[in-house]
Design a protein. Structure first.
Length: 166
């Protein structure tokens, strides 16, 4: 197993923590000098906070650990392609490499919808490596949304206490 796969597996573990909270299973780890310095997983619904994305949580921890807002010697591993907010934060933090599990054709900003990470107009560009454990990352998300749809469907067709369907 190569280095990217090893650290992406750690990000997948974080995504599974999110899933256990009924959160969209997205996980992230930040690596510096071959060691994980920060971890994060999606907590948007749990924290009732739109900023509680895996990447932002991990970045906040990494910045605290290194004592700077610049993460210039770090690599970020994330199971799903970053959204516009997270991609912007990655650029702003000067992270040089972003390793992505699977792409997000509806909201991804590392090449799917936009590519903010390699935008030549910005003063910093981020190297992208995608598809690392992509099948595993993708299947985790697919299973989560399949279960969510089945649960929603079951609620729509189940009778309430009065015997009426909703």
């Amino acid at each position: 197993m190569d280095t990217d796969e090893r650290f992406m597996l750690e990000a997948v573990k974080q995504a599974k923590k999110a899933c256990s909270l009924d959160e969209t299973p997205i996980g992230c780890v930040i690596v510096r000098d071959g060691k994980i310095i920060a971890r994060g997983y999606n907590r948007r619904n749990t924290d009732k906070n739109t900023l509680a994305h895996a990447e932002l949580i991990a970045m906040r921890k990494a910045m605290k650990k290194v004592g700077d807002w610049r993460l210039e010697d770090c690599t970020i591993y994330v199971t799903l392609e970053p959204c516009p907010m997270c991609a912007g934060a990655i650029v702003q933090a000067r992270i040089p490499v972003c390793v992505i599990g699977c792409m997000n054709p509806k909201a991804g900003c590392a090449g799917s919808v936009l590519n903010l990470l390699e935008e030549p107009g910005f003063n910093h560009q981020v190297e992208i490596r995608s598809g690392i454990l992509g099948e595993e990352c993708s299947s985790l998300l697919k299973q989560f949304f399949r279960t969510l749809r089945q649960s929603a469907k079951a609620k729509r067709i189940s009778p309430d206490v009065s015997g009426q369907t909703e």
